[in-house]
Design a protein around this ligand. Structure first.
Ligand code: FAD
Ligand code: PYC
Length: 417
């Protein structure tokens, strides 16, 4: 695999940028693979990478109906944090955060991971109690999180409005300093490049239309828009389309798919130094390295596969942003978009074997799976390779929706839904 280094960048600059290799191949599907991953988002690409790198399973295909990273991976607002309430979640999301901290070096690809801190604002006594509970619980789990007064929050994020006359005054905030953002496309491309170099076939424009099973019910392959492909190990990592795919194997999933939208402003000079989220007034904001304000809203209130959200939701979010940051009132918005998020009843993911032999599923990340990408991929690869969960993802099984052993992270999900 071609290495990226300062020396390579200078050499290519002098060469007119003509000497770069292709980042990954564009192979035809083979008749059979040892494992197939459906979904070329970062979770799916990362799974293939860890299968090859950590478990030596290299005869792997990632099948993507569109282009890699074109789903929620390329549509999210890139917030990364691990300040979840319950022990199970803290272990899962902090496993991911630790992998983020070395991802650019592991992949030799700059994913622009920036630990600029995430502030979660409290606007009423209930918020304050909930966030303080999160701070204490996180610290018991070895996850950094601290409580700031309103004045300390403003010192950390100077454009924040903490004036007393606000409709929802800022009473304080929880700050996770190790949290931050990364460049989402780079994560998909970095995993694709590294997986391809280990022998994984990344096959775009290849929609899975059916799942084949033998008389005993075991998975034997998939039907696709580019023909049938055999495998006895199938991982579904398809975010909002997971229920549709799992229905092909007769599996009903505890998921609802909602549109979630975001928007960006025209670019301006650096002004927002961190990520700021407000659950109560339904808005969050950060600034990209290009200078755009990146703003996110809550989900629409109805299920849909339309990949666009309702206008009144983004209007409501912009009102909230103007209240928190009056100086942004005159900013113009450049574009908005939506993704389809797969929401479970307890707002926690599913990374599990299923009752169908050879069928595995990684889904239910809802509004918050980007932050989990490396952890999710690493643990799902383990589960596929060993046919059993890793201790960290064992609680995130399908059985919890029957046993009632839920991991209710609705308050930590941070986005209205
Ligand atoms: P995806 O990237 O959606 O990949 C699934 C892929 O499966 C898609 O590319 C799709 O085309 C493919 N596929 C589907 N059906 C088939 C088929 N039949 N055959 C072949 N391929 C198929 N999370 C955070 O942690 N922080 C955030 O700030 C954040 N902000 C968000 C903002 C928005 C607007 C949205 C929509 C989501 C946000 N999320 C955030 C959630 C996050 O984006 C997702 O949880 C995460 O990206 C899911 O990654 P994935 O790889 O599982 O899914
Ligand atoms: O999970 O932190 C998050 C998040 C922020 C915006 C969307 N999801």
């Amino acid at each position: 695999m071609q290495r990226f280094s300062a020396f390579a960048l200078i050499r290519q600059a002098l060469n007119g940028q003509k000497g770069w290799d292709r980042q990954w191949r564009d192979p035809e599907p083979k008749p059979a693979y040892d494992a197939i991953i459906v979904g070329g988002g970062a979770h799916g690409l990362g799974t293939a990478y860890y299968l090859a790198r950590e478990h030596g399973i290299r005869n792997v295909a990632v099948l993507e109906k569109g282009w890699i990273g074109g789903g929620n991976t390329g549509r999210n607002t890139t917030i990364i944090r691990s300040n979840y309430l319950f022990d199970e979640s803290a272990a899962l999301y902090d496993h991911a955060l630790k992998l983020w901290e070395r991802m650019s070096q592991d992949l030799n690809y700059n994913v622009m991971f920036s630990q600029r801190g995430v502030l979660m604002l409290a606007h009423n006594v209930h918020d304050e109690q909930v966030f303080k509970r999160h701070v204490h619980s996180n610290r018991l789990n070895g996850v950094d999180n601290e409580w700031l007064s309103a004045a300390e929050a403003k010192a950390f994020c100077p454009p924040l409005n903490i004036a007393p006359g606000m409709r929802y005054p800022v009473l304080g905030a929880a700050l996770q300093r190790r949290a931050g953002t990364a460049r989402h496309d780079a994560v998909a491309w970095g995993y694709a490049r590294a997986a391809d170099a280990l022998g994984v076939d990344i096959i775009q424009n290849c929609e899975v239309t059916g799942i084949d099973r033998d008389a005993a019910g075991k998975v034997t392959g998939v039907q696709t828009s580019r023909g049938a492909i055999r495998t006895n190990r199938l991982g579904i990592v398809a975010a909002g389309n997971t229920s549709v795919l799992m229905a092909m194997a007769g599996q009903r999933m505890p998921l609802e798919s909602y549109p979630l939208q975001a928007l960006v402003s025209e670019p301006v000079k650096p002004i927002v130094p961190c990520v700021i989220m407000s659950n109560t007034i339904h808005a969050y904001i950060s600034q990209s390295d290009k200078g755009e304000l990146v703003i996110g809203a809550g989900t629409d209130a109805y299920i849909s596969y339309s990949q666009r959200g309702a206008m009144h939701i983004s209007a409501h979010t912009l009102e909230a942003i103007c209240e928190l940051f009056p100086m942004f009132r005159r900013m113009r918005m450049l574009r908005n978009w939506g993704g389809i998020v797969d929401v479970t009843p307890d707002r926690s993911p599913i990374i599990a074997k299923t009752e169908v032999s050879g069928l595995y599923v990684n889904c239910g990340w809802g509004t918050g799976g980007f932050k989990a990408t490396p952890g999710s991929a690493h643990l799902f690869a383990w589960t596929l390779a060993k046919d059993e969960p890793h201790r960290i993802n064992a609680p995130f099984n399908l059985g919890r929706f029957q046993s009632g052993r839920l991991i209710d992270e609705a308050a930590a999900a941070a986005v209205a839904h």
